[in-house]
Structures are given as C-alpha cells and as structure tokens.
Ligand binder design. Structure first.
Ligand code: R2B
Ligand code: URA
Length: 308
C-alpha cells in the first residue's frame, strides 16, 4: 500500500488543523473548489467554516438536508425553516452548516463521493478547522442481519476481498489501506446502545463499485453467473465478518485516513442479501429506517458537544 505521508511527521498540526500531503497547495494563489462552487479568494473560509467539528456525509441531498434539520433540533440550535444550501451554485451537491456540523451529500459510488470528499477536506484545511471528524451516514444491503439494522463499519473489504482502496494514478494501480478510525467506530457503537428499537453491529463492510454485478445481484440487466455462485460469494463475505455491502467505504476510509482526519461510517441495511436482491420495503418504511444512523450520529455529536 502507498503512503502519502511524504516525510510529514504527522498528518495534523499541533493545533489540530490539517497538514495535507500535497505541497502544490501552498503554491497556489487561489484554489477553486469547483464542485462546491467555493474558492479561497472570494470567501472567508476560516470565518465561515473554521468552527466545523463534524463533516457528516451521505448519498442524497434530501437525507443531508433532513440531517441538518435534525441536528439543529437535538443541539437546540435555531432552526432555519429553510436550511441554506451553501453549494447550491455548484448544482452538483448540497451542503448545509448547522453550528459545528457540516452536512454534505456525495451521490452514489466512489467517483462521486471522492470528488466532493476531497474538496471538503481542502475546505476544512483552508478554514483551519481543528480535528474535524468525517462520518458517512449511509444505506446498504445487509448480510444475515435484519433489515433496518445499522452497521458501524470497522474497515472496508473490496470486491476482491482486499482491505485496500485501489486507484489508477498516472497509469499505475495504487492501493491505500481502508481502515476506519477505531475509537470513532467504538464511540458510535456506544452512542447506538441507547436505541433499542433497531440492532447495531460493528463489522466489516464490503465496498462495491456497482449496485448490480458488483454486489452479486441476479436482477440487473446483465448476469452470467448462477444463484449458487452468488450465494457462495455472499456466504464467503459473511464468513469473513462482513455484515453489509455499500459503495463508498473503500475510498472514504482510505482518503480520510491519508488526509489525517478521523472517519467513521454508519449505514442502515435495506435488505438481507442472503435472502434476496430486491429492495421491496415500502418507501415510507425505508425513510424511517434511514433515520437510524442519524439517531446514532446525532447522539454521538450531542454528547461530544455537551462534554466540551
Ligand atoms: C448505498 O446505497 C447507494 C446505492 O443505492 C450507494 O450510495 C450506497 O453506498
Ligand atoms: N445500497 C447498496 O449499495 N446496496 C444495497 O443492497 C442497498 C443499498
């Protein structure tokens, strides 16, 4: 696996601000964070974002707006009836700030997620935010656990069962470890213990690059393997301790860790993949289940803020 530490003693400065490994950044007069529609010349980033402690990311704009409203309620912060999308001009993503929390959507899959993740990491760097934590609130398919349960990821396992994120850079395949912050995942598990209406598991997550073939589904437009092949693979994942399959864990774990930010992932499961492929639960129920990781992350943030 590669490391981008590049002789840096630490991935963070003594005051908790980020010490990013790309030396080119300090030579740039202006940095345009294109997909956020924010730049370092026209925005006072330390004033706008310097107090951010938690960057919470999830697939859809709707979910992240809902989380922004939810966190405002539980932190007792004034609620805008209409939270402001700070990256509306980008037309790509949505980003809301509520006190120390930035709630950002990332779309589906690694390329969409890494694009906004890397720009938000730079945003935290330019804002001089101190020790920001990154948490993904996701959805997933479960393996042998009741739908509606939450999986707090301990690490990511690729489709080829490697604990590393692979990316081709300048024509060369490179890999980075896909571990998440142990302390943060333990803290999320502790926060989950107050919610008895659903189960929470701390386990490995498989990060797929596709929803259908990449997750061993039989119901996509393409499929050239049998049900027995699918079950052999899913049972193998289960025997390795994997409890859910989603589409961003590999890159999320690798990039946050290389950038020196603590990161965790809490995903609800919408289907037990050992029993089927289709997500058949009514949308209203899925919308309720989608709140389970929000409850956990909200409780974690509330406790953290109250103890400061
Ligand atoms: C889970 O759900 C999405 C696909 O439906 C994807 O973003 C993921 O990781
Ligand atoms: N998201 C996924 O990536 N897979 C599922 O099975 C459900 C949600």
């Amino acid at each position: 696996c590669s490391s981008l530490l590049n002789g840096r003693e630490s991935k963070r400065n003594a005051d908790g601000t980020l010490n990013l490994p790309n030396k080119n950044l300090s030579k740039m007069d202006v940095d345009f964070l294109y997909h956020l529609s924010i730049d370092t010349a026209n925005f006072d980033l330390p004033a706008m974002f310097g107090d951010v402690k938690f960057v919470v990311m999830g697939g859809t704009k709707h979910r992240m707006r809902e989380f922004a409203c939810y966190i405002a309620t539980i932190l007792g912060l004034p609620q805008d009836s209409k939270p402001v999308n700070l990256t509306k001009a980008s037309q790509r993503y949505a980003m809301y700030k509520v006190g120390p929390v930035l709630s950002v959507n990332h779309g589906i899959g690694n390329p969409s997620m890494t694009t906004v993740l890397q720009e938000v990491i730079k945003l935290m760097y330019y804002a001089k935010a101190k020790d920001p934590m990154f948490i993904r609130l996701g959805t997933s398919g479960g393996l042998g656990i009741p739908p509606g349960s939450v999986v707090i990821s301990t690490f990511g396992l690729s489709g080829t069962l490697e604990k590393s994120f692979e990316l081709t850079v300048l024509g060369v395949k490179r890999t980075w470890p896909s571990y998440l912050d142990k302390r943060l995942s333990e803290e999320l598990v502790t926060a989950a213990s107050e919610f008895k209406e659903f189960k929470t598991y701390a386990a490995a997550s498989m990060g797929a690059n596709d929803f259908y073939l990449g997750q061993g589904r039989l119901d996509g437009p393409l499929c050239d393997y049998s049900e027995a092949d699918k079950m052999e693979y899913l049972n193998k994942l289960t025997s390795l301790g994997v409890r859910n399959i989603e589409m961003e864990v590999m890159a999320f774990a690798a990039i946050t860790s290389e950038a020196g930010v603590r990161a965790g992932i809490a995903c609800v499961t919408f289907v037990d993949r050992l029993k089927g492929d289709q997500v058949t639960i009514p949308k209203a129920v899925l919308n309720e289940w989608q709140k389970h990781p929000m409850f956990i992350v909200g409780a974690f943030i509330k406790k953290y803020v109250e103890n400061r």
